[in-house]
Design a protein around this ligand. Structure first.
Ligand code: NAD
Length: 329
């Protein structure tokens, strides 16, 4: 009998036929998923591998998968997986670092331009008002990126790619991170500053840290009040890094000029969220990596990790907490 792999249906939908083509020689694929420990379909409980989207995996979920050897996260962030519970059970957790950085950086720059040039409003203006001779509404003027200061929180793989692109636009780069990045400081002329200075000096502020106990709500009322009233905040990391209630107040009461958001505390963003009706925000439905090329590279990396483990080897892309680990099961 071949080992079973549970694959989140969204991974198959992004990559029609790819998983079957690359894995069915060694495994049986089951395209199904769960939302929590209470609703796990019996057909996936004997899976030895999982290719996982954003479903939450905690120790109660793991108890339902006694044969599981690997969770291959289809993405780089793995805040939805309890890694220490997996380690205790000898389950590898892998992710897809690097291959998606360009796509997320492009979206980040896209959100910045949407905000600075009011593209959503401009599109709506052309469709509904521009040709109207009796129009009274005047589109507000935009602002240049050139010469402005971009503050980056988390100058890791994605933050670095954002900085490269922003530099090409003639922006000045400052950053805050728990680690100094001396190479990036040289190549990008990026200046390291503390968080308070970054908040005060940025014209655009973009967040690229992982969601951890240290980064949850790292941007709250106190931090937002330090920002310039003309500044924009962009978040393509994880929603919970920003205190969303404080952000809504900041946007409503104009402590800052606007926000570009790809990620939210609760996804999909509920229709009753105050963000839905705000004109100074641009919203995207968690599409940082949602391009044909990038989703394929992510799937191929998951396939490589799962193949390795099912063939008795160690996976090439373990999460940092499991680097160098070998589980014998
Ligand atoms: P990375 O590990 O390369 O970079 C993260 C950076 O944050 C590192 O430089 C690290 O030192 C820094 N950091 C960590 N904790 C910090 C803290 N407390 N304070 C300041 N800096 C801190 O990760 P990456 O590949 O660049 O990905 C970053 C995050 O982006 C992921 O964890 C994920 O949550 C998010 N992401 C979102 C999407 C999307 O679709 N919107 C797609 C991919 C990744």
């Amino acid at each position: 009998m071949k080992p079973k792999i549970m694959v989140s249906p969204s991974v198959r939908d992004d990559n029609p036929g790819l998983l079957e083509e690359r894995l069915s020689d060694i495994a049986e694929l089951v395209f199904n998923t769960f939302r929590g420990s209470e609703d796990i379909p019996s057909e996936i409980k004997d899976s030895e591998a999982m290719i996982l989207g954003l479903e939450p995996v905690n120790k109660d979920v793991l108890r339902n998968f006694p044969k599981l050897k690997i969770i291959a996260r289809y993405g780089v962030g793995y805040d939805n997986v309890d890694v220490s519970a997996c380690t205790k059970r000898g389950i590898y957790v892998t992710h897809t670092p690097g291959v998606l950085s360009h796509a997320v950086a492009e979206l980040t720059i896209g959100l910045m331009i949407c905000l600075s040039r009011r593209l959503v409003e401009a599109d709506n203006y052309v469709r509904t008002m521009w040709a109207n001779k009796h129009k009274k509404f005047k589109l507000e003027m935009g602002t240049d990126l050139y010469g402005k200061t971009l503050g980056i929180i988390g100058l890791g793989r994605i933050g670095y790619e954002v900085a490269v692109r922003a530099k090409a636009f003639g922006m000045k780069i400052i950053y805050y991170d728990i680690e100094r990045k001396s190479e990036a400081e040289k190549t990008l002329e990026a200046r390291y500053v503390d968080l308070e200075t970054l908040l005060k000096e940025s014209d655009f502020l973009t967040i690229h840290v992982p969601l951890t106990s240290q980064t949850r709500n790292m941007i709250g009322e106190k931090e937002l009040r330090l920002m310039k009233p003309t500044a924009y905040i962009i978040n393509t990391s994880r929603g919970a890094v920003i205190d969303e209630e404080a952000l809504c107040r900041a946007l409503k009461e104009c402590w800052i000029a606007g926000a570009g958001l790809d990620v939210f505390v609760s996804e999909p963003l509920p229709f009753n969220s105050p963000l839905i009706n705000m004109r100074n925000v641009v919203l995207a439905p968690h599409i940082g990596t949602y391009t044909v090329e990038t989703r394929r590279k992510m799937a191929l990396m998951c396939i490589e990790n799962v193949r390795a483990v099912l063939m008795g080897k160690t996976p090439p892309n373990p999460v940092p907490e499991q680097r160098g680990f070998v589980f014998k099961r």
